[in-house]
Ligand binder design. Sequence first.
Ligand SMILES: NC(=O)c1ccc[n+]([C@@H]2O[C@H](COP(=O)([O-])OP(=O)(O)OC[C@H]3O[C@@H](n4cnc5c(N)ncnc54)[C@H](OP(=O)(O)O)[C@@H]3O)[C@@H](O)[C@H]2O)c1
Length: 326
Amino acid sequence: MWTLLLIGAILLVVAVKAFHWLQARATIPSLHTRYVLITGCDSGFGRRLAQRLDNMGCHVFAACLTSSSVTELSGESSERLKALQMDVTKDEDIERALREVEAALPENKGLWAIVNNAGIFGASGVAEMMTRKDFLAPLEVNLLGMTQVTRMFLPLVRRERGRVVNTTSVVGRFALSPAPYVASKFAAAGYTDMLRRELLRHPISVHSIQPGAFAATNLFDTENIRKSVTRVFQATPPHVQQVYGHDFVEKSMEAMDMTCRYLMDANPEEVVDAYVHALTSKRPSTTYTVGKNGNFFFRPMWMMPEWLADWIISFMVTPPANEFSS
Ligand SMILES: NC(=O)c1ccc[n+]([C@@H]2O[C@H](COP(=O)([O-])OP(=O)(O)OC[C@H]3O[C@@H](n4cnc5c(N)ncnc54)[C@H](OP(=O)(O)O)[C@@H]3O)[C@@H](O)[C@H]2O)c1
């Protein structure tokens, strides 16, 4: 009797899992009639996603920061892809892009989705050295760019009963330096969760892509990071510089090298796959944690006791000079 019940329960779980798996594989119909706006298409995940969707027959509005990227992307894509210039920190750019999108859409047609992908890494160094300006820069792009673009384009998404896909990060769930980037991604994750809950009874769904660390984009440019650490250190008052020691830049780069060596994933197409699933599956996930480091390092880190996670991370951040070490 108990054995039969156990077998029945196992079969039920397997059947439910198989049903969900099959549903997640099923895709929405008529992609070639749908329009998607993506921000930050100059490079990286945004650029790859724009090209992937274009190849799949979808209509893409690929928003780029620079006009040279607009020209370049237009030159290498089909006529379905319309590249446009939009700095997400500038309201006038967002408004102009909205007018361009509205003018290009067929009558009574809206957007199937907006993908808030644009992002910057911002200043590198330790939190104690970061100024208000250092914190503001990534917040402007990674949080406020996302909130403003969503606010302006959401009525077009509502028209299609569509989707909002926001790019956060695993460091928006588990902090691993630098603090301004981490703070901006925690804020973006909080905003995305709230938006999703507020829109639960609307015909719009909200999804977040939470990549681990991927080396193949422009985000982690080691030379830029070195320049940034040097600038931040030089702008720090001498008594704080003393705490971290004269070799702070070198120690920071060593910590960064170690993180990169052990925690970088190689294949950015995994992130593009997650975007495509969020945009085209009949049953998209709420959150996509992407990559080996995301799933096998960051995920366990946010599930383990904080004291243990703190202890592990203490080996990955820039230490103080010997005489200030506890
Ligand atoms: N790479 C990773 O490991 C990783 C991990 C987690 C999350 N993410 C997130 O994934 C997203 C894409 O990053 P990525 O790795 O593909 O890096 P990326 O190659 O640097 O792409 C970021 C894109 O955003 C654009 N951008 C920057 N500031 C902008 C602004 N003010 N307005 C509009 N566009 C702007 C950049 O343009 P320019 O190229 O002209 O500067 C670039 O096209 C970002 O939100 C990033 O935080 C990346």
